[in-house]
Design a protein around this ligand. Structure first.
Ligand SMILES: Cc1cc2nc3c(=O)[nH]c(=O)nc-3n(C[C@H](O)[C@H](O)[C@H](O)COP(=O)(O)OP(=O)(O)OC[C@H]3O[C@@H](n4cnc5c(N)ncnc54)[C@H](O)[C@@H]3O)c2cc1C
Length: 507
């Protein structure tokens, strides 16, 4: 089978990438070894930026019912005394979503897989395990086993993206090493379902770290009846039996009131692949990086990879951009990922303690953090939940706005109230202040497949107009992933055009 792009793995990263590439008209084959979606959630938290990124698939109306506000997270000592409490939201964020959410991962994956049916150019093949990948320089061959009859199938593509998770066969095949940013820690996940929703109030209605002196414990409130415990295990400790797990749960709830659906050992890894692209093969999601779930950023980071990569792959595949555009994927994503990982480690390191003295220090530190005045709280939040702007890559660095997100707000368009990204879509957009004189520049943009919008004329967006006026922006040139390529007064526009041309190949 011949196609433009093969995606190996249809987890959250692969399925979002496939939806975005489908939208852009690329021929895509997705290979997934499992025949069914894994029925138990792994990730539970999505931040505002990631909700916005999911919106780019056009499936938000179907996804939103499977989310609920995240609310508060807290750290309590062994007596239940709350040391730190924080609402999990990025205050004044620009994404158009208020606060993080819990989400139902299997339902999300189902909606996203069903969404692929919108694109005749995308085909999902389940029960197919990719085994060998050969980059011939001008094309890639993937040999895969159909698990039902062990038949070997061959797929040929211009590009392959390994979205095949932490144990990535793609990464292994390329012998790409992972750099470890922190020691591996052993944890046990216990996923349960409340048998009776009337028992909801027996457990906290929030995410909670418990500083149990025997073992650090996480209780995660989940969507619907899902309730999860995570227990830190010692380096050499055996995986407990179900009977032991029931004893570990007993201080929180009578174990008979929950149905245990999964007990799984799980390593908290802090790993980043040393290469994310080799020739025609790229890595995304857990295949490229893994982090502890302390800040709920693993999947969020994979979705960021997908939204950063899809438009670049399409531009290169359509011959609109040189192949080197794909290097900006790595240039942009790798440093961002490391920042997010550092934030995650800032949280998890505050919670580790192996001796009574360390536990005393931990309690004191957390107590001080919890009681700190608002500016210190804001700093701590900044250190743990980071939102770095792009500093390099496909941006016009001469514009101070380059690499930041375009604020998303409500707009009135074609008689409807909707969110700005729904109007702009997953493509380049040039927003111009109503009345600003750009002349031939509109033709320039349109010939480069950039949609041109006169804010206030083409759609009504008083908040956006106010923002552009206050920031003295005559134009905002936005990338498909809603990060600003360049913005400024009209006299800066020729410079932005020149920077854009570096990546645009006029055929
Ligand atoms: C307990 C826990 C809690 C977490 N909490 C959060 C959270 O709250 N928020 C958050 O953002 N993240 C969280 N994460 C992390 C998140 O689950 C992962 O980062 C995310 O699932 C990675 O998505 P992925 O698509 O990159 O990889 P995966 O989800 O691992 O998907 C990879 C897919 O590739 C398939 N595959 C593998 N090999 C092959 C092959 N050779 N051929 C074909 N198919 C193949 C697999 O079957 C799988 O479907 C958590 C993780 C865990 C374990």
């Amino acid at each position: 089978m011949q196609t433009d792009i093969i995606i190996i793995g249809c987890g959250p990263t692969g399925v979002v990438l496939a939806n975005l590439l489908g939208q852009l008209g690329c021929q895509v084959v997705v290979l997934e070894k499992q025949s069914e979606i894994y029925p138990v959630p792994r990730a539970t938290h999505i931040d505002e930026e990631t909700l916005r990124n999911f919106q780019a698939t056009g499936l938000m109306p179907q996804l939103a019912p499977h989310t609920t506000p995240f609310g508060y997270a807290e750290i309590v000592d062994e007596n239940g005394v709350v040391l730190v409490e924080d609402k999990i939201e990025q205050a004044n964020n620009v994404h158009g979503y208020a606060g993080s959410c819990f989400f139902d991962q299997p339902q999300f994956e189902k909606v996203l897989r069903d969404g692929l049916a919108r694109y005749p150019n995308v085909s999902l093949h389940t029960g197919i395990e990719a085994q060998h990948i050969d980059d011939h320089g001008n094309a890639v061959t993937v040999r895969a086993k159909r698990l039902s009859d062990r038949a070997i199938l061959e797929f040929h593509a211009a590009w392959v993206v390994g979205c095949d998770g932490g144990g990535s066969a793609t990464r292994e095949r390329l012998q790409i090493e992972m750099e470890s940013l922190a020691p591996k820690l052993r944890w046990l996940i216990v996923d349960t379902l409340l048998k009776d929703m009337n028992d909801t109030s027996l457990l906290p209605d929030r995410f909670r770290y418990v500083l149990d002196p025997t073992r650090l414990t996480i209780f995660a409130y989940g969507i619907g009846a899902n309730r999860r415990w995570e227990f830190q295990l010692g380096a050499d400790e055996a995986t407990p039996t179900e009977a032991e797990v029931r004893r570990w749960i007993a201080p929180y709830i009578n174990p008979d009131k929950v149905q245990i659906v999964r007990i799984a050992p799980y390593a908290h890894n802090s790993l980043v692949a040393k290469e994310w692209r080799r020739g025609r093969i790229l890595l995304a999601g857990d295949a490229a990086h893994m982090m502890p779930p302390s800040a709920g950023q693993g999947m969020c980071s994979g979705i960021r990879d997908a939204i950063n990569l899809a438009w670049k792959l399409a531009a290169v595949q359509y011959g609109q951009s040189p192949e080197s555009l794909l290097d900006t994927y790595v240039e942009e994503r790798a440093p961002h990922l490391r920042e997010i990982l550092k934030g995650t480690l800032f949280i998890s390191n505050r919670l580790q303690a192996n001796s009574p003295f360390q536990r005393w220090i931990r309690r004191l530190t957390l107590q001080l953090m919890g009681a700190a005045p608002p500016p210190i709280q804001a700093l701590l939040r900044h250190l743990s939940l980071r939102h770095p702007a792009l500093e390099t890559g496909f941006i016009d660095k001469s514009s101070v706005w380059a690499g930041r997100f375009l604020p998303q707000m409500n707009v009135a368009w074609q008689g409807n109230e909707c969110l700005l990204d729904d109007v702009l879509g997953y493509r380049f957009a040039l927003l111009m202040k109503a009345g600003a004189i750009f002349g031939q520049d509109t033709n320039w943009a349109e010939s480069r497949n950039i949609s041109v919008w006169r804010v206030g004329d083409d759609f009504q967006a008083p908040e956006l107009s106010r923002w552009m006026r206050n920031e003295r922006l005559d134009y905002v040139l936005v990338r498909p992933d809603h990060q600003i390529f360049s913005a400024g007064e009209s006299n800066l526009f020729p410079q932005a055009q020149a920077k854009f041309e570096i990546w645009w190949r006029s055929n």
